[in-house]
Ligand binder design. Sequence first.
Ligand SMILES: Cc1cc2nc3c(=O)[nH]c(=O)nc-3n(C[C@H](O)[C@H](O)[C@H](O)COP(=O)(O)O)c2cc1C
Length: 314
Amino acid sequence: MAGVSHSALRIIVKECGGVGLLSTEMLSAKRLPSENPQFSPFVLKSAIETPMSYQMLVSDPEDIPRAMDKLHQFGAQAVDLNLGCPAPRVRKGGAGSKLSEDHGLVKKVIATARRCTDLPLSAKIRIGTELNKEKLQDFCKMLAGEGIDYLIVHGRLHKEQFCRPPRWEWIAVAKKSVNIPVIANGGIFTASDAKQCLRITGADGLMIGRAAPQKPWLFAEINHALYGGPPPPAINRPALYKRFIDILETTFPEGRQIGRTKEFSHYFCKNYQFGHHLGSRVQNCTDMKQVHQVARAFFMKQEPEACKTGWPVL
Ligand SMILES: Cc1cc2nc3c(=O)[nH]c(=O)nc-3n(C[C@H](O)[C@H](O)[C@H](O)COP(=O)(O)O)c2cc1C
């Protein structure tokens, strides 16, 4: 998720456990060749963040070879092609869901990416511009035919917003059309959602977006409830929030910390009945020192016991 799925979030998700594959946010294929993994907040990565898939945002197949070289240099373990982003800025540039509407160009993009890497290659799509079973299935078959190894399906049409429930039954339509693994995405916030989504879609795996910054421990809960993994660790939420901002402060360039803290807080604050107090106060902060102050004051009020160990006054 743009502005959200960066190294700091991936580290805390990984530390909570249960996750099978991590992902970057969408990375422009045009800009990838000039990204510096030591400074760029988009491609910063620590050793614990593995296995990791890098998501490429493409509008021109000619950008792929150099971008893919760079992903190989970064040590990518999988590559995902974004064919679903409906953001106007992305569509205007001919990428994301806009690219997916030009099947000829999609074919070229997939074929080029396939030629440029032996890594597992996936495509992430929405279910189309309209509810049309045949079109969706033809599209999925075409993607599989061009050589992707697995398909990620977000169960919403291009124009549909998040306030609408995802259409998991349409992910099932996509799943039935191909012989490669299908990963279902959209609207999974609890282990019970995960179970129901797998039942309805018949998918082979799940991708979780917004719930990752809200409940970084959800992967461990799902792994335990559905796959017999170890029980999730005891979570100290103030400590987890503090761990997140500590990682940002130690590894991200100074000017890149506050924006990412605001994005994360927007989701994490949903764990509390009065979480919007945290969300709006952090939004008004102008530096990380203020974030520490407002966040600690909030957590002290909400969870004083947890703060004794999770966020002690030094
Ligand atoms: C702030 C934000 C940023 C996102 N950025 C990306 C992105 O970079 N690449 C992508 O494939 N999807 C992106 N998405 C879509 C999510 O990956 C996911 O498909 C969508 O949120 C539905 O899943 P969820 O209900 O688990 O959040 C983004 C969504 C949000 C809310």
